[in-house]
Design a protein around this ligand. Sequence first.
Ligand code: IPM
Ligand code: MG
Length: 350
Amino acid sequence: MKLLLLPGDGIGPEVMAEVRRVIATMRLDLEVSEALFGGASIDAHGVPITDEAVAKALASNAVLMGAVGGPTWAGVERSKRPEMGLLRLRKEMQVFANLRPALCFEALAEASPLKKEIVAGLDIMIVRELTGGVYFGEPRGIEKLPSGERRGVDTQVYTTSEIHRVARVAFELARGRRKLVHSAEKSNVMESGLLWREEVTALHKAEFSDVKLEHILADNAAMQLIKDPKQFDVILTDNLFGDILSDEAAMLTGSIGLLPSAALGAPGKAGLYEPVHGSAPDIAGMGIANPLAALLSLVMALRLSLGMTEAADKLAHAIAMTLERGYRTRDLGGSVSTAAMGDAVLMALG
Ligand code: IPM
Ligand code: MG
């Protein structure tokens, strides 16, 4: 099995160092390679991801990235920004279903900004469409009008097949969970939202009537996530709403430093795994970033792309144990360093 690591920028390389240590210690039977990504790639090659790195990703079974971007590259021409490298990678790998779990670890319910009873035991899975919608829709651009005014355009667009393939992932996941899917859109305002609702309804009726389907407007979903997050099991939504709702759900759990994600394409195709936290330039280089989101992303990769379920269970257990033993990085109110957190996980692995 081939695993490509893309450490990227900011705290990316720091958390990825712990991933490498865990892979070595667990003696995982993986062919691990690495490539530059994001700002690091811009500095070396002038582009956020090279064609060779994309080819390497496509030839791998799983790609694990750290984080991209930072103020250093804020002035770079838009089409060459670090974020564009990430969008290109998602598009080329055709990873249309982005799984973003929001799980509140027992040991950490106190760390949430919400009351403990609202979040304790929280277990939500957000399924975000990742290769379509307004992120990629055409036309797009900024144009100058004859009047001298400027006009910015983005296009929100979805087709039946794009909706069905991501909805199928959500329904199938729900079957292994609490069998409940909330599909979030703005069908009250948007045509693409109305199509989304109709197509999800049709697919549900045809193939997944054993799962309960609820439709919810995306703004209401944002409110319900704060009010009573435990009412949700799987939330299915588009690229833009998924971007927003997944950040909100992440914060419910106490720290974005704990959340992994997986982006999946057609069965058998390589998955793209990344911690939900960004490059966190404010703490980059200080050795205090939480490596657990990256390690949990490795857990997801082992489970979903690399066929190593046993190793995944073992690592997940070691991470939970590390938290139970009281190890806390700064994002969780403690002062344990990135490397010491890695040490604690290695210790828990035995
Ligand atoms: C995310 C990020 C990205 C997105 C950015 C960095 C392009 O916010 O993965 O949620 O908007 O998808
Ligand atoms: Mg985001």
